[in-house]
Design a protein around this ligand. Structure first.
Ligand code: ADP
Ligand code: MG
Length: 240
């Protein structure tokens, strides 16, 4: 079953087409990898999907419903959550309160939100950090906090924007395991990531953007051997 469909989506910033005629769909339960060079429009596409920007043209259909014009909080209530490439926790709140902000999208009860937030912190193995100020976390921990805050909104679709950026191999590996665990729990995910080894490992399918357009879509094996993707993004070295 399709959970998300993007139909001929364009996003213009002045004369620049940050997204140009992008179409693809995402099946429930899968991990869709989203790759492409810097500036190819990946984050802009997340912004258009989640309601932070209205698309200039085209449609985003989530669970059969057209999202055009819906604000991010409405889109969130429909069951979508995202992380930010530029992670910005509420630095002066503690970790638990940061995740509660997500949980409060679903309940007015602080007690219920606190419990939901704690469950998500346990999932990302950050429960021991609950009382710490978010501003004091390492980059890896901030990224996990972002994921748990997203999960606390009880999404069906989770969009992760470079959650492995700036991490060491051990930390990346932990995030990969976490993404696979989230998949095993039945969530659908779209994952933007530059680490090709990681994206190959976790993705069921991959879309590659280049200068705002969809350059290719396919299985990880198809993508890594696609001549256009190699030229635009991977370079010869990575497939040798
Ligand atoms: P990626 O995430 O693939 O690195 P982005 O989606 O961030 O790429 O950016 C795509 C293009 O759109 C870039 O040229 C970027 O400078 C431009 N862009 C993104 N957001 C804005 C904005 N709010 N205003 C103007 N230009 C933007
Ligand atoms: Mg980006």
């Amino acid at each position: 079953m399709q959970i998300l469909e993007i139909r001929h989506l364009f996003k213009f910033f002045g004369g620049l087409a940050a997204n140009a005629d992008v179409s693809f769909s995402v099946e429930k339960g899968m991990i869709m990898g989203l790759i492409g060079p810097n500036g190819s429009g990946k984050t802009t596409l997340f912004n258009c999907i989640t309601g932070y920007y209205p698309p200039s043209k085209g449609e985003v259909v989530f669970k059969g419903q057209r999202l055009h014009g819906l604000q991010p909080d409405r889109v969130c209530k429909l069951g979508m959550a995202r992380t930010w490439q530029k992670v910005r926790p509420l630095a002066k709140l503690n970790v638990l309160d940061n995740v509660m902000v997500g949980a409060l999208a679903r309940t007015n009860s602080l007690k219920v939100a606190r419990q939901a937030a704690m469950e998500q912190l346990e999932l990302v193995r950050m429960a021991h950090r609950a009382a710490m100020l978010a501003g004091g976390l390492s980059i890896g921990e901030r990224n996990k906090l972002e994921v748990s805050r997203g999960l606390a909104t009880r999404p069906e679709l989770l969009l992760l924007d470079e959650v492995m950026g700036g991490l060491n191999p051990a930390e990346s590996d932990e995030i990969i395991q976490l993404i696979l665990e989230i998949k095993a729990r039945g969530f659908t995910q779209i994952v933007i990531e530059h680490d090709m080894k990681a994206i190959m490992r976790i993705s069921d399918r991959i879309v590659c953007l280049n200068t705002g357009e969809k350059l290719a879509e396919g299985s990880p094996q198809e993508i890594v051997h696609n001549p256009d993707v190699i030229t635009a993004y991977l370079g010869d070295a990575q497939v040798a």
